[in-house]
Design a protein around this ligand. Structure first.
Ligand SMILES: Cc1cc2nc3c(=O)[nH]c(=O)nc-3n(C[C@H](O)[C@H](O)[C@H](O)COP(=O)(O)OP(=O)(O)OC[C@H]3O[C@@H](n4cnc5c(N)ncnc54)[C@H](O)[C@@H]3O)c2cc1C
Length: 460
């Protein structure tokens, strides 16, 4: 894959029809795909160099951990990149039914297994990102500017838009490389949860966005195992859901390419799983179900144990800014990042790209972008509201969560959801709706529809 410095280094007059995406991870790639339909050139500026095949890179340290790509996100990705599923499967991704093939211990008990027709595809995050990156690299007009860091925004005359970004090559590694301008008509920041965009805007005289943080102090420890042959095993994936505040430990394990399992142990409220061999197994043995421990006890580890800590829910309120450059958008984790245990990040990144697709439809490359960023950030905040509610609402059950407390309405919602969950173990229709909400195929409000609410009330 090209990591060329071939695009967008020209002076402003040549920059028409040029869009820049900051960050070449999932949000950046999905948005580049959308922008390639509307711009002559799209440049993805990424501070890392990309591995040749599916593999680790420093800029996405979370990629060592289990990444569930929820069904809704995968549907969008397959629309963006026809044939993606088949490609992933040909590289070893595992198709499964979300309910029938999974052992799922909910806080209310073991979930029933039945054919739900809600499909999942499990694979390593490395494989997913590599396949999507390959698709994006083959799009006409799209180029990657690897090992290059965006260090700020370039002001345009008048201050209502930006002219481009300042970039610095990381090739010499000593910070000696001078900053270079890179001009564009539209700039999309997809640089992740540590995005510097608030500081960049401040440097241009704009107010930075307010920030909301809800932190349930989750921690991960992840290890990959060779999947043992066992014809008697009747499940493909395992999910031991946390059940706070009593049980703040959980785990997810699913098959990935290469005949392997990826197993992420999760501890909330600061009760983080250890990253040493003995501690990891002890933590696995302390879960509410012994099945996962028994499965990995004799499996051969094929990776070290990697930890990841304190990934809070964090939302930057770009939608409330009185003034934001018209042609500068912030999306993906850079705008709103979630506690990852609910698996929503990549799907909301895809939804954000789909939103941009809708807003760009019907515009020509010659149109200006007045009002685009305001409209985009307002709509994106709405897209993120459902996943945010689900993630922070559940996190407020956890002991020691900072940034919010469970008020009356949250406590009532918790009580209602507990009853829905208990009901879903007996009523497959309710379970299906629950799974559809979990897979982001339906909004959380679907759990409050009259059909389910009536059953819950009758159940009381
Ligand atoms: C432990 C863990 C587990 C997770 N599990 C799941 C899961 O199961 N399912 C799910 O959907 N999501 C999960 N997520 C979230 C998921 O990883 C992200 O939501 C997803 O990667 C989309 O993020 P992004 O593209 O916005 O940012 P990121 O993936 O963080 O990527 C940002 C990119 O920008 C680059 N960059 C940063 N700054 C600059 C700069 N100044 N100049 C140039 N480049 C820059 C970085 O190198 C990186 O490539 C998990 C996250 C964590 C931490």
């Amino acid at each position: 894959m090209s990591q060329r410095k071939s695009q967008g280094e020209d002076a402003p007059p040549e920059a028409h029809g040029h869009a820049i995406v900051i960050g070449g991870s999932m949000a950046g790639l999905f948005n580049a795909r959308v922008l390639s339909d509307h711009f002559e050139r799209v440049t993805i500026v990424e501070r890392d160099s990309f591995p040749e095949g599916p593999g680790f890179r420093k800029g996405v340290p979370q990629s060592r951990h289990l990444h569930a790509f929820l069904t809704r996100g995968r549907q969008i990705a397959e629309r963006f990149f026809p044939g993606l599923k088949e490609e992933l499967v040909s590289h070893g991704a595992e198709p499964m039914d979300m309910s029938e093939d999974g052992n799922w211990l909910t806080p209310a008990g073991m979930a029933p297994r039945f054919r739900s027709e809600i499909s999942l595809l499990t694979m390593s995050r490395y494989l997913l990102e590599w396949a999507v990156r390959g698709r994006v690299a083959s799009l006409p007009g799209v180029g990657f500017l690897g090992r290059t860091e965006v260090t700020g925004l370039l002001p345009a005359t008048g201050g209502t838009s930006v002219a481009g970004v300042k970039v610095r090559s990381r090739d010499h590694g000593d910070g000696a490389d001078p900053e270079q301008p890179l001009y564009a008509d539209l700039i999309v920041d997809a640089s992740g949860r540590n995005s510097r965009a608030p500081r960049w805007l401040e440097a241009l005289g704009h107010e930075p966005p307010e920030e909301t943080v809800v932190n349930a102090h989750p921690g991960y420890a992840t290890r990959v195992f060779k999947r043992p042959e066992d014809p008697s095993r009747d499940w493909k994936s395992m999910f031991v859901q946390i059940s706070p505040p009593e049980h703040q430990r959980g785990a997810v394990m699913f098959p990935i390419e290469g005949g392997r399992w990826i197993c992420s142990l999760i501890g909330m409220g600061g009760d983080h799983p250890p990253t040493d061999e003995e501690g990891f197994m002890r933590f696995a043995g302390s879960l509410r179900s012994p099945v996962l421990y028994e499965a990995i006890r004799d499996a051969k580890p094929v990776s070290p144990i990697h930890g990841y800590r304190d990934v809070e829910n964090k939302k930057l309120h770009y939608e409330k800014l009185p003034r934001q450059p018209h042609n500068f958008l912030v999306t993906g984790d850079a705008a709103c990042a979630f506690n990852p245990v609910y698996g929503q990040g990549m799907t909301t990144a895809a939804l954000g790209a789909e939103l941009l697709e809708g807003l760009l439809r019907g515009r020509s490359a010659d149109d200006d972008f007045v009002g685009l960023s305001r409209g985009f950030q307002k709509k994106l905040a709405k897209v993120n509201a459902g996943p945010w509610l689900l993630s922070t609402g559940e996190d407020l059950r956890v002991r020691g969560t900072e940034g919010g407390t469970a008020g009356l309405s949250t406590r009532l919602t918790h009580g209602y959801m507990d009853r829905v969950l208990a009901l879903s173990l007996r009523d497959l229709g309710v379970r299906r709706t629950f799974l559809e909400v979990f897979a982001m195929l339906k909004p959380p409000t679907a759990m409050f529809g009259p059909d389910i609410a009536l059953k819950v009330l009758r159940g009381r």
